[in-house]
Unconditional design. Structure first.
Length: 518
């Protein structure tokens, strides 16, 4: 059995419940914009201001924002944090991004680990000005010549209350050396708070595929039946796109819709050969599109103006608000899986969003599969919110024995920090975090088991933590007071229409704006 280390911090239980409902890497809430004559807006959460020239300002008690300046009692730190002077005003023209804090984050500790004191030469003003890449911690594996993205961890955990454990299968081959090295990166304008990382090792027969459920339980899958046909709601045959792992995935062009509440949905009908038993598991290789990123950057943060800082730093600690958001997202996001039973489709399971960066292999256990001339499954989701590479039906599954392997070694590739202290932070799920900034990169090592003849090993990566998105000044140019939260499909409609117009260029710009790591 796997020993799972989970921090039972304040609000975590409810946070985990909400996490099952909300989307991957980013999510949004709808604030109704309101015209206002107010010239200023008060932000109460502590704010670190990253300037275009590399200096850092800290307003520990918040600040007052006007369209052209920031007022408050703060300190301006030099690029190397070796000098500081008191300030009362900053020009917003000099600002690249804002980093906010919550009650769980120690402001002093985080400031001391600022990327501008890290010596990461690659993270300079040009990245702050153009970077739109947003992700969670990314993990790579490879040879000396090639590094391959394996996972993005805890993609739903955008606030401390949503801290949870995330498990993702890797494509790492069976280790013959007894050691697996992976690279942990922060490639976005975010602060990552990593509580624990461990490797899950599963020994299995060569004809078995080890995949995790969305809840993090490893399953061994056998007896894949093969996809007969796949059709989208439009009637388009997409069998070739979903048969086999080949990088080809289904996409959809959202039509122009003038209805302000006209949310566009889509579905895929899958047909598989008949089965003899009533249990099986649907295997899916998926990731989200960047639709969710459009929602966050262009509709939530910009809609709230400077109030977006209090939303991240203060409002997301409100459990009742988090639950309300979860209810809304349960209605509109994720993938719903229906089985065709007794002449109609019945919903049997739902998965939340997984994140837009890395492909995720997921196993969905199915029970009471009807016997007949075929097995018919329907996938339902918001139009063009997913990229689906492969789907198949396993006729058998079981829960294998799993060995949890802690991090054996860690090395900051920039050469700073204490490997001893960093190792302690990653080995246990507690109140100690490895805090990483844009441009940070770590090599983490695991000691694997000897594989007996005739067996193979599969490895899953488990991570626990949360991250805080930096707010770019251009996202929140306006100073305005938002109304109380109002959940409406109108925001989804607007985002879908914008996504359709921008997606080709946006995807290219997004992935080209990763922050370089050492």
């Amino acid at each position: 059995m796997v020993k799972k280390s989970v921090v039972l911090s304040k609000g975590l239980f409810l946070g985990v419940c909400v996490l099952i409902l909300i989307s991957g890497c980013v999510f949004f809430i709808s604030r109704v914009e309101v015209e206002t004559e107010a010239a200023t807006s008060q932000v109460t959460t502590p704010v670190k201001v990253h300037l275009k020239d590399g200096q850092t300002a800290l307003f520990k008690n918040g600040a007052t924002f006007s369209p052209d300046s920031i007022h408050g009692f703060g300190y301006l730190y030099s690029v190397n944090l070796d000098r500081a002077r008191a300030i009362s005003v900053l020009s917003r023209e000099d600002v690249a991004a804002y980093e906010v804090f919550t009650s769980k984050v120690q402001v002093g500790e985080s400031l001391g680990l600022s990327l501008f004191a890290s010596g990461v030469a690659a993270v300079t003003t040009p990245y702050l000005l153009v970077a739109i890449f947003g992700s969670c911690p990314t993990v790579y594996y490879g040879t000396d010549s090639t590094m391959v993205l394996e996972s993005e961890l805890f993609s739903n955990s955008i606030a401390p209350i949503l801290e949870t454990r995330d498990v993702a299968v890797t494509n790492i081959p069976t280790s013959t050396s007894g050691v697996i090295d992976m690279e942990l990166r922060n490639e976005a304008l975010e602060t990552h708070y990593i509580n624990q990382i461990e490797l899950l090792e599963v020994m299995h027969l060569p004809n078995e595929k080890v995949v995790s459920t969305r809840q993090g339980t490893p399953l061994s899958l056998r007896g894949f039946s093969g996809l007969i046909s796949a059709k989208a709601a439009s009637g388009k045959d997409i069998t070739n796109e979903l048969s086999g792992r080949d990088g080809r995935s289904y996409e959809y062009d959202i039509p122009v819709n003038s209805d302000p509440d006209g949310v566009e949905w889509d579905h895929i009908d899958l047909v598989y050969p008949p089965v003899e038993q009533k249990t099986g598991a649907l295997y899916m290789r998926v990731r989200n599109s960047l639709f969710s990123t459009i929602l966050l950057y262009d509709h939530i943060l910009s809609a709230q103006g400077t109030g977006a800082m209090d939303w991240i730093g203060r409002d997301m600690e409100n459990v009742s608000e988090a639950v309300a958001i979860g209810d809304f997202f349960h209605k509109y996001t994720g993938i719903r899986v229906d089985l065709f039973v007794d002449s109609e489709y019945e919903e049997v399971i739902r998965i939340a969003n997984t994140g837009p960066i890395a492909w995720r292999d997921i196993a969905l256990p199915l029970f009471n599969i009807p016997t007949g001339d075929s097995v018919r499954v329907r996938l339902r989701f918001l139009a063009d919110s997913w990229r689906i590479d492969e789907v198949d039906l396993a006729t058998e599954f079981s829960m294998p024995e799993v060995k949890a392997i802690p991090v054996a070694k860690i090395r900051n590739t920039s050469g700073r920090g204490s490997s001893v202290e960093d190792l302690k932070k990653l080995r246990e799920g507690d109140d100690s975090y490895l805090i990483t900034y844009p441009g940070d990169s770590y090599t983490i090592s695991f000691n694997t088991s000897v594989v007996t003849e005739g067996m193979e090993a599969s490895y899953l990566l488990a991570g626990q933590g949360f991250y805080i998105e930096w707010i770019r000044d251009k996202w929140i140019e306006e100073v305005k007071e938002p109304k109380p939260l109002e959940y409406s499909p109108g925001m989804i409609h607007k985002a879908q229409q914008e996504w359709q117009m921008r997606k080709a260029d946006f995807e290219k710009e997004f992935f080209e704006s990763k922050v370089a790591t050492q």
